[in-house]
Design a protein around this ligand. Structure first.
Ligand code: CA
Ligand code: CA
Length: 654
């Protein structure tokens, strides 16, 4: 992206209202509606504006600015950290205003053009289907932004054939005439009808949405026609199965490929076609299938009731409208992995090399997903069909589609693939701004009693013995403290799965000695969020005395142990909650049995107790008021409570 012309056009007079960063380029004829470049001040400017961390690296300054932009609602596309510092984003009017109030922002420029040589770009005047799948917000901005083009990926179009000479398959991204990206293929219609050209139109339309230069999601994908539908769009199970079989033979193992099946058999189960689909998936080809267009009167029915959309290992696609509703005709239900635009979709047509047609159907939704799969496979060429399906489902916007019962999946395709986990925290006890807790890692309270762990299942706070005090309940790949003080869990594709819903400034997450998570602002040290009720404060852990525990001190469950002076015996409060005396070579010689407790302490009253962090006592020596002030493990293996002033033994464990 070239930014230099923008910087030249920066007279101070262009500044908006006081305290708003200038907005430039609004009058340009090549302006892309809703797309902006947010440029940051240089270090001197940041210092003058009193921005926190003004002397940080360009990377971290840009990362914080991006985070603030995202918090304002920006769909961020790319970041610049070299010659210029800033990022590009899709913004609504309100989001733009919020971002212009950021003191770190130097100016905001309207995005005006894209490089034709780059593999990423922004298509102006994109069809609404393309426009919709590059953004989370339902408010369309007229453009389609892409980071990939599907180059090197093969898309098999199992359909009526493809008009290979259509210009949308041969025009390059820079607008020049190139070689058609439609090549090879087969017809399994039988007899003398061996052409892979399209005498119906449907296949050309579908291929255009997958990979046309203007109408396509993946603008440089290779398109291979597998003609199984005749000039009237009809076929049979054996013709379709033969087509799928041909793909399995044609496909080179280990090369990225996807098959588009914008076809359905509303008669129900079809073991022949379903078997061929499963075989193709087992062969490593991702299969994307239309959910189907409802019953005879055009009302959607469960996709699990029709074939082959009942194949779970395939990615099954329902159709959505411009306002994110399920299209009336679209099938729905458990078998629908994702919805994609499928109403009034304009694409290439078979009756001429520049002809187009506008059609509706799950047939039109499916190629949007196939195109998105090609974009994904370009970055992950070795991904299995299962991994591809997980990525498409994981990236899609959850619960976006209305007019579908909330008991069914309601995801909307999101075609941009961009998430990368940020740096992991190096702290053992806290998470600060910009750092994350990754899957499989943990932080612990300073006293060592409480642990916060990130797993694929969720974020979980536990006490010794793995007993859960709190959990987020949402699966995540990592959890991050944002620059504005919001603790957010993300799935592996960068989609938010949970947040503390806090914010307002930099903050720190800690696991406290009282067994709770707290988010405290860095500036005022105010606690803005806690996970659960605080536990009782544990007595300090016994750190002196190799074989003794003094009154007021504690041994933590799973923590430090005592050893007899001769080293033959040890006292441990084990992970499973059992207080035991063990003799070397012989094993356990005394125990309390498993107790629901977190620490062992000799309290001020002289009573040895096992205490639960919720405050209840799980076990006691029943020696209150008898003056015991020290527990000792002697060389005979006896555990004794003594009164140190007289050395009188008050109690002995048996
Ligand atoms: Ca858009
Ligand atoms: Ca599926």
């Amino acid at each position: 992206m070239t930014l230099t012309p923008v910087a030249d056009a920066l007279p101070a007079a262009l500044g908006g209202a006081p305290d708003l960063a200038p907005l430039v380029g609004t009058g340009s004829r090549s302006a892309i509606a809703g797309e902006y470049l947010v440029m940051l001040k240089d270090q001197a400017g940041l210092k003058a504006a009193g921005v926190d961390g003004a002397t940080s690296s360009a990377q971290s300054l840009v990362a914080s600015a991006v985070e603030r932009g995202k918090d304002a609602g920006a769909d961020v596309h790319s970041q610049f950290t070299d010659a210029l510092q800033g990022y590009s984003a899709t913004l609504t009017g309100d989001e733009l205003k919020d971002i212009r109030e950021d003191p770190a922002v130097d100016y905001v420029a309207v995005n005006q053009r894209y490089s034709s040589t780059a593999t990423s770009g922004t298509q102006k005047d994109a069809e609404w289907g393309l426009d919709r799948i590059d953004q989370h917000s339902s408010k369309l901005n007229g453009s389609y932004y892409y980071t990939n083009t599907g180059k090197g990926v093969t898309a098999y179009v199992v359909d009526t054939g493809i008009r290979s000479t259509h210009t949308d398959f041969s025009t390059t991204l820079s607008g020049a005439k190139g070689k058609s990206r439609v090549s090879g293929g087969t017809s399994t219609l039988g007899g003398s009808d061996t052409s892979t050209e399209d005498c119906e139109g449907h296949g050309t339309h579908v291929a255009g949405t997958i990979g046309g230069t203007t109408y396509g999601v993946a603008k440089e994908v290779s398109l291979v026609p597998v003609r199984v539908l005749d000039c009237e769009g009809g076929s049979t199970s054996s013709i379709v199965a033969n087509g799928l079989d041909w793909i399995a033979k044609h496909h080179k193992s280990g090369t990225p490929a996807v098959a588009n099946l914008s076809l359905t058999n509303e008669g129900g189960a079809d073991p022949v076609v379903e078997g061929a689909v499963k075989k193709l998936i087992a062969d490593g080809v991702t299969v994307v299938i239309a959910a189907g267009n409802g019953d005879a009167s055009g009302n959607g029915i469960p996709a699990c009731d029709v074939s082959p959309s009942d194949v779970k290992a395939a990615i099954v696609v329902g159709a959505s409208t411009k306002t994110d509703k399920k299209a009336t005709f679209s099938n729905y239900g458990d078998c629908v992995d994702v919805y994609a635009p499928g109403l009034s979709i304009k694409s290439t047509w078979s009756t001429g090399d520049t002809r187009t047609a506008t059609l509706s159907g799950t047939s039109m939704a499916t190629p949007h997903v196939t195109g998105a799969v090609a974009l994904y496979l370009q970055n992950h060429p070795k991904a299995t069909p299962k991994q591809v399906q997980d990525a498409i489902v994981g990236t899609a916007g959850e619960n976006m589609i209305t007019k579908v019962s909330t008991k069914w999946p309601r995801r909307l395709l999101f075609a941009t693939q961009k998430a990368k986990a940020p740096a992991a925290t190096t702290s053992k006890t806290s998470i600060t701004n910009g750092t994350v807790l990754r899957n499989g890692s943990k932080i612990t309270s300073p006293n060592g009693l409480y642990t916060l762990a990130q797993s694929g299942k969720d974020l979980t706070l536990t006490k010794p013995g793995g007993r859960v005090l709190w959990h987020s309940g949402r699966g995540a790949a990592w959890t991050r403290m944002t620059s504005t003080g919001n603790l957010v869990s993300y799935n592996a594709y960068g989609r938010r799965t949970w947040s503390s819903a806090t914010g307002g400034g930099a903050a720190t997450l800690k696991v406290t000695d009282q067994g709770r998570l707290t988010i405290t602002t860095n500036s005022t040290k105010k606690t803005v969020w806690t996970s659960n009720k605080a536990q009782k404060t544990a007595p300090a852990q016994n750190i002196s005395g190799r074989s003794t525990l003094n009154a007021g001190k504690a041994l933590y469950r799973g923590g430090r142990t005592l050893r007899s002076p001769n080293g033959q015996y040890s006292l441990a409060f084990r992970d499973n909650g059992n207080l035991t005396v063990t003799q070397t070579g012989k094993g356990v010689i005394w125990s309390t049995g498993a107790k629901n407790a977190d620490w062992l302490t000799l309290n001020k009253a002289g009573n040895l107790t096992l205490v639960n962090s919720n405050g209840t006592t799980a076990w006691t020596s029943k020696t209150s008021g008898r003056g015991a002030n020290r527990l000792r493990l002697v060389s005979t293996g006896k555990l004794e409570l003594v009164k140190t002033s007289t050395d009188k033994v008050i109690w002995t464990a048996r």
